[in-house]
Ligand binder design. Structure first.
Ligand code: KG4
Length: 334
């Protein structure tokens, strides 16, 4: 089965061609850092308009790289939600229209399902069931993944996502956008124990996350330095902030492994590119006898290959959608 997959839930326009679920023939991503950078965050209206410009060239390029003519495509898979409505509508409506013209089925895929199954695009693949931490700009959630189409949400953020906190701290410190890579690069020169920023563990049993208190604490600390016109120790702030985020992410993931009795852990989403998070997860998983699976960086950040993989299995289980199927903005995989 040849699948054309499309992803446009946020600020990346992506398309991929897959043969069945595991063979990625091409994966093309067009990012929008240039237009959102000057605002320090994503401007939804600008994102939608850029998706409109990019969608056809990106799909065309994916087909060209895969050396697959459009007429050979058997199924089209596209992200249906969660995400920015205007952005989702561009990719999803494009996919539905193309499927209608080609007279092939179209399948709507939940973006989180793509992240949860992304380790199957790596060389080392986990067996079901496993615990997955999905940590990105819009999500920070823990799941038990039972099989290709069945997932239980064990916990999620009650306010900011971890990536969003990185982006906001970067904006506060004028480090540019996207903030995660900038903060983690700056942190390399700083001391992780310079500031004792708060860790929100919540109730002893909770697998939920909260990063707004940490963000406020960084804002207050920076405000204090600025009011007193002291030199701002940017690297130390970045390193200490990053350590607080990583500590909670790793701690809660190990708590989820203990709770479920599972020994396979998957780390996915854009923040999984963070070197310190990878290092701490590797150390703590090894110490607890857990096996850790992290997809290659290109399949951690938003991409369409993971949507094709999830789309393949959802299509086999539930078939295609009807033309009146709509997108959704809020998470549905609870
Ligand atoms: O998964 P993704 O590409 O898009 C969605 O949010 O869905 O993740 C992007 C997020 C941004 O918030 C970005 O700042 C963060 O991942 N990020 C990082 C790193 N690289 C990307 N955060 C921390 N450290 C990084 N190295």
């Amino acid at each position: 089965m040849l699948i054309l997959a499309i992803e446009s839930s946020c600020d990346d326009t992506a398309a991929a061609v897959l043969k069945n679920d595991r063979t990625v023939l091409s994966s093309v991503v067009s990012s929008q850092f240039d237009i959102h950078g000057r605002y320090g965050g994503i401007v939804p209206e600008l994102a939608s308009r850029r998706h409109i410009e990019a969608i056809w060239p990106v799909v065309d390029e994916a087909l060209r790289q895969a050396d697959v003519p459009l007429g050979d495509i058997d199924v089209i898979a596209a992200t249906r939600g969660p995400g920015l409505i205007g952005s989702l509508l561009v990719g999803f409506t494009f996919a539905k229209g193309l499927a209608m013209v080609l007279d092939v089925p179209c399948v709507g895929v939940d973006h989180m399902a793509g992240h949860l199954l992304s380790p199957f695009l790596a060389e080392q693949q986990p067996e079901f069931p496993y615990v997955a931490l999905v940590v990105s700009g819009g999500n920070t959630s823990l799941y038990r993944v039972r099989d290709y189409t069945s997932y239980d949400c064990l916990g999620r953020t009650r306010d900011d996502a971890a990536g969003e906190a990185f982006d906001k701290v970067a904006k506060l410190l004028d480090l540019g956008y996207p903030g995660g890579p900038a903060v983690s690069q700056t942190a390399e020169q700083g001391a992780a124990d310079a500031f004792d920023f708060p860790r929100a563990w919540l109730d002893p049993d909770s697998l939920d996350f909260s990063f707004s208190g940490l963000k406020t604490s960084v804002v207050n600390q920076v405000g204090l330095f600025r009011r007193q016109q002291h030199f701002l120790p940017v690297a130390d702030i970045c390193a200490s902030f990053q350590e607080a985020v990583v500590d909670v992410l790793a701690g809660k993931t190990l708590r989820a492994a203990e709770r479920t009795g599972l020994d396979r852990i998957v780390l996915a989403g854009g923040v999984a590119a963070n070197a310190r998070l990878r290092e701490v997860m590797q150390e703590r998983c090894a110490a607890a006898n857990l096996r850790l699976f992290i997809p290659p960086p290109g399949y951690c950040t938003d991409n369409a290959a993971m949507i094709g993989l999830a789309g393949f299995h959802h299509y086999r289980l539930g078939g295609g959608i009807t033309p009146d199927t709509d997108v959704y903005s809020r998470p549905r995989l609870h």
